[in-house]
Design a binder for this molecule. Sequence first.
Ligand code: PLP
Length: 382
Amino acid sequence: MKSVYLDNAATTKLDKKILKTMQPYFKEFYGNPSSVHIKGQETKKAIENARKIIADSMNVKPEEIYFTSGGTESNNWAVKGLFFQNFPKKNHLIISKIEHDCILNAAKWIETKGGKVTYLDVNSEGFINLDQLKKSITEKTFLVSIMQANNEIGTIQNLEEIGKICKEKNVLFHTDAAQSYTKIPLDAKKMNLNLITINSHKIYGPKGVGALFIKEGTKIEALIHGGGHERNLRSGTENVYGIVGFGKAVELSKKIDYKKISKLRDKLLEEILKNLSETKLNGPKGEKRLPNNVNIIFKNCEGEALGAYLENKGIYVSTGSACMSNTNAQSHVLKAIKIPGKDQDSSIRFTLGKETTEKEIQYVLKILPEIVEKMRRINGLK
Ligand SMILES: Cc1ncc(COP(=O)(O)O)c(C=O)c1O
C-alpha cells in the first residue's frame, strides 16, 4: 500500500545522513564531554560544533545556546525560569491564546504561584493585535512570549514588530520557534529576541533534543541543578548523539527547498477548495503561512473518521494538533479563531515535508473527494 506522510508538523522522519553523522557517537566516541582526557574532548568538540551551527542560524553567539530535551522543556524553562527570577517584583506574563500547550500550561501553573497572565486574542487568521499587546504591557510584565508560527494553522506572527514594542517598553521577548525554525528567517538581533525555543525532531533530526537561546546578560533561574553543565543553568551529562544530530539537521536544512514545498502546499489547498464543496481554509494564505501547512474544514465530515479513512488509504494526517489528539480535547487554536464547534471537529491538518512529491499530492487529491463525498452521503447530507 502507498504511504503518504502528511504529518510533518507532528514530527519528521530522521534523515539518513543525520543518522550516519550520529552513529559514531553511540559507539566509537563515547567519552563524557566533561572529561579532560582525549575521549572526553572528542565529544565536547562535537557538541561545540553543533552549538556553533545553531548559533549561526539565528545570528547569536554559541555561548547563548543551551541544549535541552526539546521544545517542551525550553518553553517551560523560559516561562518558569523567568517567573521565579523576577517574582515577586514582577509577576506578569503576556502570551497569545494560540500558544502551544507547553506554554499555556506553564502559564496556568505560574498563575497558581502568584503569577498573572494576559492571554492575547487573535483575529480570524490567528494574528495577534499589536495595539492590544502594547496596552497589556505594565511595569510588572516580566516576559512577552509569542510563537513565531502556529503548529495547527500555520500563522506566522510579525516578530520584528513585536520585538520593537518589547524593546520600547523594555520587556523581555521570547518566541517558540519549534514549528518555524529553519523554514522561515529567524534573527535574534533583528527581531530583538531575548529567548528562542527550537527543537530537532521537526527538522529531520532526532527526537528528545532541543535548545533555548538565552541572550547574554539575561537573568534566569537554573533549570536543573547538578554538576554545572550548560554554564551552570541546565546540568546533566549531555545527550551527545542527539546534539550532534541536531547540529547536522540545522546544517542540512539549508538545502531544503521551501519554495517548492509551498508550491505543493498551494496546489493541495487550492485544489481542495476548488473541487470540494463546503470546504474552508483555517489560517492565512500565502507568505504569512508556514510553507508546509494546510488546515481545512470539511463541513459535515467528522474529522477523526475522515482521518481514519485516509489512513486506510495510506495517507497520514492530523486532526487539530497531534500533541493533544490523545486527550480528545477540542482545539484551543480553532476556538480562538472563532471556528464553530462543529467545524472544529471537521478540520484536518496536512503538513508537507521535504520528501513530499507532486505524485503524492495528486494521490491525496484523487482519494480525498471520494472519501468526503462518501461520508457526506452516509450522513444523509448530500
Ligand atoms: C509550536 C510547538 N512548540 C513546542 C512543541 C514541543 O516540542 P517537543 O516535541 O520538542 O517537546 C511543539 C511540538 O509539537 C510545537 O509544535
